[in-house]
Design a protein around this ligand. Structure first.
Ligand code: NAP
Length: 258
């Protein structure tokens, strides 16, 4: 039985990955901080042998515990999904908070990718959660945008590096997805209700597209949703960098509701 480890599995896209992978016969290890949600997830997963690990991925000890879990039970698929943002002016927010975002989004992802690829065998796969903000940076969340650009570039390079080993690496780039992400980013002030429905996907849609791409094992970067693919393809071409940044600055502007 194949074993998948999913970080950030307590909610949103990670929870959906755990559910869809279990339906496809994977044994799942679910990682996040909120243990009650992980326990609830485990009871909802079809199949047997699933487990969870409560770990804080901003803490090196938490990351080490996850790496040790991969060492103990060979992992065929790693979904580096845990991540978050805050919509606050960079210079007014706490430096520790911005460093924490970088630690979870990039630091933990880098360490776990290194452990995973060190033991990976042909046929195995690594999926790293980037975002369309890798191509369309949103000025209201500079550290988050930069972290997702790092993940996309890192994943593309690893895709090429790992091809000859038969290990597939994907940088997954969703756009706006109906999860707790915006609530976390706005400190509970918005859930993104006013965002246009055409631009919004459900976690089930994102994960179904990701798993279809995982079967094909072609592309280093997978952008989910036709509207997102259109925006990523067109906006950097038709807008100057100046206009692009001015346009994207609307997202998270306190004067306009999300
Ligand atoms: N929603 C979107 O619009 C969107 C778009 C593009 C990309 N993404 C990316 O998709 C990924 C999943 O986000 P989501 O949308 O599903 O949001 P979400 O529902 O808020 O899920 C975030 C997950 O990350 C976990 N996490 C956060 N900080 C952690 C830490 N210090 N240690 C361990 N786990 C931590 C959370 O678990 P605990 O709180 O229980 O620890 C939670 O399970 C993120 O990387 C995000 O950047 C989201």
């Amino acid at each position: 039985m194949k074993h998948a480890l999913v970080t950030g599995a307590s909610s949103g896209i990670g929870r959906e990955f755990a559910l869809q992978l279990a339906r496809r016969g994977y044994r799942v290890t679910a990682v996040a901080r909120r243990e009650p949600l992980l326990r609830e997830l485990l009871s909802a997963l079809p199949g047997e042998g699933h487990d969870y690990l409560a770990a804080d991925l901003a803490d090196p000890a938490g990351v080490a515990a996850v790496a040790a879990r991969m060492q103990d039970a060979r992992c065929h698929l790693l979904i580096n999904n845990a991540g978050y943002s805050v919509l606050q002016p960079f210079y007014q927010s706490g430096l520790a908070l911005q460093q924490d975002i970088l630690a979870v989004n990039c630091g933990a992802l880098l360490t776990l990718s290194h452990h995973f690829l060190g033991q990976a065998q042909p046929g195995d796969a690594l999926v790293n959660l980037s975002s369309i903000v890798a191509d369309l940076p949103t000025p209201a969340q500079p550290v988050y945008s930069a972290s997702k650009a790092f993940i996309a570039s890192f994943s593309e390079c690893l895709w090429q590096e790992q091809r000859d080993r038969g290990v597939y690496v994907m940088g997954l780039c969703p756009g706006v997805t109906e999860t707790g992400f915006i609530q976390t980013a706005t400190g509970g002030e918005s859930a993104g209700e006013s965002l246009p429905a055409a631009l919004t996907q459900t976690p089930a849609e994102v994960v179904s597209e990701a798993l279809a791409a995982l079967e094909k094992r072609h592309k280093p970067i997978v952008v989910t949703g036709w509207a997102n693919r259109l925006m990523v393809a067109l906006m950097p071409r038709v807008l100057s960098r100046f206009r692009l940044l001015r346009t994207l600055a609307v997202i998270g502007d306190p004067e306009r509701a999300l």
